[in-house]
Design a protein around this ligand. Structure first.
Ligand code: GLN
Length: 485
């Protein structure tokens, strides 16, 4: 049976009907990873024993007709900056190459409770800092649509794996776009929930006021189902909102009638022509679904990336201070304590992480003038969004300013930082945002459209994504070289 072609829900349903056992599902997907990931390089560790044990439990449960969870029998790949007890959590860094987690992140507990089968951990830019997966300390993941190109980042491993159908669902984290940008580059769906909706307990922190865990899937419905599991309440994360449970999978819209979608046309000045044309076509699709399209200003968006590169390195420098060679991971040999700190950091961290730590340390030691100013601009961004959402229900933007670029083609860090100009604003204001496949450029590389909504309106954002996906159907396309057993 060609299991790779099934959606997560499709796979779960044949498991429920006892047409296939959990053991067979695990065998099939582990085998697929072993065979296909040689080209793709999206996986850091394969959790074969863990997955087989879980499959045994599920097969016993089903044979006794015991109740099964929402994600029963669905293989899931998790970004390697999320802790799974007794498994290695590298964060894509040499520093943690042998670090074994002592506890489960809350999202892992939630996935387990709903009977998902976690089968592997995926590659990422070191400590989630990057937009291409080229900053992983281990290897560079390729884009399944074009192996010479990057899959995006930092959740590039999670995106590439799902696009190549190594699992139907994966989990990523998004600080400035790390779920949505790789989702767009790889032609899959990625969702960053409202800040605080999903627990961050057990996610290795990059910039705590921006980080958010979210699901990645081949289609919106599977993603929505995963959200229903991830958003469980958590008392171990003080920023967790502990909201009433949403039902993301029912009442999904097929028409967008009555919905006002704002487009900040001004930001298109320096955008690649392919992106602009594709976005304009997507707007026509939204109109055909009866959405009302209005122009909005949002001039403040142009400062988002600048503000992000003040606040996020400041938070990162603080968060990464715990990696000192004593508490976690690698300890280098040194004569004095200071030597141990210095050498461990020097040998453990890669270039990009060092750059961010230096930048953040500079920002925090120059008398708060940059940090405070950036916080003020962040408040203006939040207010501007609030004003804009008085005029429209959602905002639409392309997810990325270009399609996937060639591996090793961007050498300059600032050019790389600009990759996230369209995704960072949602993190700045804590907004929910989805990226849905919107077609291809001239070289057959995928593109994505992004819908952002007001805080807590995650369900509306998902509904819009669903209606768009049903109309265009790009989510259901499989990269040709991976469209075989
Ligand atoms: N690419 C952005 C950065 O390098 C965002 C990363 C992320 O969302 N984790 O910081």
């Amino acid at each position: 049976m060609e299991l790779y072609k099934l959606s997560a829900i499709g796979l779960r349903n044949i498991f429920f009907k006892k047409n296939i056992s959990a053991k067979e599902i695990v065998k099939y997907f582990i085998n697929r990873i072993e065979k296909k990931d040689e080209k793709l390089k999206s996986i850091i560790s394969l959790l074969k024993n863990r997955a087989e044990k879980k499959a045994d439990i599920l097969d016993k449960k089903i044979s006794k007709n015991e109740p099964l969870g929402k994600l029963a029998g669905i293989p899931i790949i998790v970004k390697d900056n999320i802790n799974i007890k007794n498994e290695i959590t590298t964060c894509g860094s040499k520093f943690l190459k042998n670090y074994r987690s002592l506890f489960d992140a809350s999202v892992i507990k939630f996935l387990d409770e709903e009977d998902a089968i976690i089968i592997a951990k995926s590659n990422l830019d070191e400590f989630a800092m990057g937009s291409s997966n080229e900053h992983s300390a281990f290897f560079k993941t390729c884009n399944p649509w074009n192996l010479k190109c990057v899959p995006g980042g930092s959740s590039g491993g999670s995106a590439a794996a799902v696009a190549a159908r190594l699992s139907p669902i994966s989990i990523g984290s998004d600080t400035g776009g790390s779920i949505r940008q790789p989702a767009a580059f790889c032609g899959i769906v990625g969702f960053k929930p409202t800040y605080g909706r999903v627990s961050r307990y057990g996610l290795v922190a990059f910039a705590s006021s921006l980080d958010q865990i979210g699901p990645m899937a081949t289609n919106v419905m599977d993603m929505a189902l995963t959200m229903e599991v991830l958003e469980n309440r958590c008392f171990k994360d003080s920023t967790n909102l502990r909201l009433p449970f949403e039902n993301y999978t029912s009442n999904l819209l097929e028409s967008l009638e009555g919905l006002k979608i704002g487009v900040p046309w001004d930001i298109f000045k320096n955008v690649d022509q392919n992106i602009y044309n594709n976005f304009k076509n997507s707007i026509e699709v939204l109109k055909s679904l009866k959405a009302e399209i209005i122009s909005v200003e949002l001039n403040i968006l142009k400062y988002s990336t600048n503000v992000y590169y003040i606040l996020s390195p400041a938070e990162a420098a603080t968060n990464l201070a715990r990696f000192d060679g004593i508490k976690y991971g690698v300890r280098s040999k040194g004569k004095t304590l200071d030597d141990i700190y210095d050498l461990s950091r020097d040998e453990g961290f890669g270039e990009e992480v060092k750059r961010r730590i230096m930048l953040g340390t500079f920002i925090l030691s120059s008398g708060f003038k940059y940090y405070q100013k950036a916080q003020k601009v962040r408040t203006l961004i939040i207010r501007d969004f609030e004003e804009t959402f008085k005029k429209c229900d959602l905002i639409a933007l392309p997810t990325t300013p270009s399609s996937a670029f060639k591996i090793d083609s961007i050498k300059d860090p600032v050019t790389m930082y600009l990759q996230d100009s369209f995704t960072i604003p949602a993190n700045m204001a804590g907004l929910p945002a989805i990226s849905v496949p919107s077609g291809f450029d001239e070289q057959r590389k995928p593109l994505g459209i992004q819908f952002m909504g007001p805080q807590l309106h995650d369900a509306l954002v998902i509904k819009a994504g669903y209606a768009f996906e049903r109309e265009v159907k790009y989510s259901f396309m499989i990269p040709p070289i991976f469209d075989e057993e």
